[in-house]
Design a protein around this ligand. Structure first.
Ligand SMILES: NC(=O)c1ccc[n+]([C@@H]2O[C@H](COP(=O)([O-])OP(=O)(O)OC[C@H]3O[C@@H](n4cnc5c(N)ncnc54)[C@H](OP(=O)(O)O)[C@@H]3O)[C@@H](O)[C@H]2O)c1
Length: 317
């Protein structure tokens, strides 16, 4: 069983509301309880052997909470990947209409890195949070130069995360970014799961160039679990459920193992928001899917445009 290739994503642990399909609404927000729950999930992941933690200033207090926790753990094997480019604006208010604002400017990079660098020596990776063509970040020479400087000065692995139906195009554009003749981006955090399998087309190239592939949204924000609101996935649920029963794990473990076996990534992120979810997610490492089962899961892929239109409709719960 290899738990080395799992990481814990902290997007659901730093703010009470997150994009998901959770049925129960978040109760009244109590800061101390919320922090305690976050640390319990960090601990649960650690107990399971996870040493890679992905965070961002845009995730409310997640980065600060992780900073506290890694200092307490004091384990040199811990590795943190952070991001820059989203500013959390909801202030834990359940009625907030704007939860985060994206700004890929040098000013935000500088300000957010000023905080994130406190995570040294654990922080190894600095990613553009949700790089898109619209923000022009891949052509912003002052930002790219600054990222190259942070790589040289602090050894940061520079990366980016992608979101949206054109993830592959963004990724390909990023592969072409060179500073002083050297490729800038080493880490590619990309959405990949049984429904959006578009990343498969770039797998060979990313591996050939020795890039770190980090998979996010491996359980499609919870959409891999049976849900009457998604009539289009009812057949997919039958396939996932049959395998889950056969291997005596949850459908999340089947979905995450599909990601591991087909993409062979550096890490697959668990997006667990509760301790039991971490424990269930990592059961993926206990199983090995047969070729025919992988083939059946590959047939669950949907058009990325449809996938992302659906993702845009998910509420902040
Ligand atoms: N643009 C970006 O850079 C970006 C975007 C998205 C994610 N990420 C990173 O990737 C990580 C993972 O992505 P994600 O959390 O968005 O998506 P995900 O891993 O596909 O979904 C996580 C959600 O699935 C549900 N879940 C997981 N295991 C479960 C289980 N055993 N039983 C029931 N529900 C379960 C939980 O929903 P409930 O909380 O509702 O229970 C959890 O919050 C994030 O934490 C973050 O680090 C980055």
């Amino acid at each position: 069983m290899n738990l080395n290739d799992f990481g814990l994503g902290t997007a659901a642990l730093g703010r009470p509301h997150y994009i998901n399909i959770r049925k129960e609404k978040a109760g009244p927000f109590q800061l101390e309880n919320f922090k305690a729950l976050g640390k319990q999930v960090f601990e649960a992941a650690y107990r399971k052997g996870i040493r890679y933690y992905d965070t961002a200033p845009g995730y409310g207090l997640a980065e600060a909470l992780l900073l506290d926790w890694v200092k307490e753990k004091n384990d040199p094997n811990l590795e943190v990947a952070t991001k820059w480019g989203y500013v959390y604006t909801a202030n834990f208010d359940p009625k907030a209409t704007v939860h985060e604002i994206k700004e890929h400017s040098l000013e935000v990079l500088t300000r957010q890195w000023n905080f994130s660098q406190q995570l040294l020596p654990y922080v190894s990776t600095l990613q553009i949070h949700s790089a898109t063509f619209e923000t022009g970040v891949l052509q912003n020479q002052s930002v790219l130069n600054e990222l190259a400087r942070l790589h040289t000065e602090y050894g940061m692995r520079i990366g980016l995360t992608t979101t949206g139906h054109n993830q592959l195009e963004v990724l390909k554009a990023a592969l072409d970014v060179h500073i002083n003749g050297k490729p800038l981006f080493e880490v590619f955090q990309v959405t990949y799961n049984v429904f959006d399998q578009s990343l498969l087309a770039a797998k060979e190239e990313l591996h050939a160039q020795n890039k770190r592939i980090v998979i996010k949204e491996g359980v499609a924000n919870g959409r891999v679990f049976p849900n009457v609101n998604y009539p289009n996935y009812q057949q997919a649920y039958q396939v996932l459920e049959k395998l889950a029963t056969q291997y005596n794990v949850g459908m999340d473990a089947i979905a995450l193992q599909f990601c591991r076996q087909t993409m062979e990534p550096f890490k697959v992120l668990s997006g667990a928001s509760r301790v039991y979810q971490v424990n269930e997610n990592v059961k993926a490492a206990e199983i090995c899917l047969a070729e025919a089962e992988i083939a059946a899961l590959k047939r669950l892929a949907v058009d990325p445009e449809l996938y992302w239109n659906e993702r845009k409709l998910l509420p902040w719960n």
